[in-house]
Structures are given as C-alpha cells and as structure tokens.
Design a protein around this ligand. Sequence first.
Ligand code: CTP
Ligand code: CA
Length: 225
Amino acid sequence: AAFFSRKKKLLNKTFLVTAGPTFEKIDPVRFIGNYSSGKMGYAIAEELAGSGAKVILVSGPVNLEVANSNISLVSVESAEEMYLECQKYFSVTDGAVMCAAVADFTPLQPEITKTKRGKNNWNLELKPTADIALSLGEVKKKNQVLAGFALETNNELENASQKLHKKNLDFIVLNSLNDPGAGFQTDTNKITIIDKDNNHQNFELKSKKEVAVDIVNKIIDTLKN
Ligand code: CTP
Ligand code: CA
C-alpha cells in the first residue's frame, strides 16, 4: 500500500529536469566542458518518473542511460541548445529541476577549422551564456515549482540563498565542494535544502538515489502549498 501511494503522488504531472555538463565548442575538435557526471539529475528524473510523473530530461553529454519509459530524453551539447529546449518545454510542465552544470561562458567565435599547433599563445575570448534557471524564474506561474542547485566552495549558505531569490526559485539544493563525498563525480551527496521561506533542511551523506528521494519529497511538499 505504501509502495502504491508513493507511485501515485505525481501522476498526471510533468517535470523538466536539466542534467550533466554542457560542452562549448572552441573549434571542430575541441570544447570547454566541466566535471559534471549527470548522476544527480538522472537520479531525480528517475525518482520523479517512479512517482508517476512524466519527465522531459534535457541532458548535456553524459555516459548514463535512462531506465523509466516515462522519461523523454532530449540530448543537447551547448548551454545555448539547453536554453532553447528548456524554453520550448517549461510552459507545459508543473515544474523544473535545474540540475545541469551549465557553462557560464562560451567562445565568442568558435573556429571553423581545426586550430593548428603553433608557437604563439591562443587567447580565447569568451562571452556569457544565458542563465536558464533565471529565464524560467521570470515566466514561472504560481502553480509551477522551480528548483535549482548551487555548488559552492565558500560562503555557501549566503551564496545559495542569493541565487534562490535572484532566480525566483522555490528552493535550492546546496552541495558544498568542501564536503568529502559530495559533488561532481561521486555516487554520494550531502545536501542542504533552502526554500524561499528561508527554511533550512540538512541531510546526511547518502547515495544520489536517496538524495533524489529527498528532493522529490520537497517538490511534492512545495506543490501542496
Ligand atoms: N544555471 C542555469 N543556467 C546557467 C547557469 C546556471 O540554469 N547558465 C542554474 C544551474 O543549473 C543551477 C543554478 O542555476 O540550478 C545555479 O548554478 P550555479 O552555477 O551554482 O550559479 P550561477 O548563477 O551560474 O553563478 P556562479 O557560477 O557564478 O556561482
Ligand atoms: Ca555557474
């Protein structure tokens, strides 16, 4: 009975989840990327789908598979592509979880042909990318939930709380790079959830699958209010 009721909680709901890194092309054979594995975002997508929701998973390049058939995978490479796909789908959803490690800067002008080895320095000029979470926060309707992540190395609570308000999020999941076992390539995570009413919830170090359950429970609680 408990199993069945867990399953039913998000029936007829749809969520957008972003996951993984983005790759920003420098030339046809090179990119700027980051260490995100996508594991946290994929775990959240699976947990949402396991709770009965439909999920649109907009993912950067990762080595992960989708298991639940209620997840539609939209594969992208760059921050710009991720932005466009999120713009396309957000309005039909009940909310979004912004888990991706989106590049903050992208090459101003990627080279058309492969850059050859040489004696001189290569000075790359980068321009800022669009902030996807911020753009969804601007159009969010009052029945939609918007959740973000913050990976901080210092001043964690204050930085995370600033991001929460600036991007009009309902809650933000803070993971500190200072916590052993938390962060990019690990199978575990240690999080604090801060919501827009400034409630703080500290969780133990646990597997990313278990962390996904805590985050989905917070989504369910937020939808109820
Ligand atoms: N995010 C996003 N689009 C971007 C950058 C970030 O949607 N171009 C989202 C992330 O997915 C995350 C949240 O915004 O949910 C916070 O990301 P983070 O990198 O911690 O913060 P930034 O706002 O990018 O600020 P900074 O990196 O300078 O700390
Ligand atoms: Ca960033």
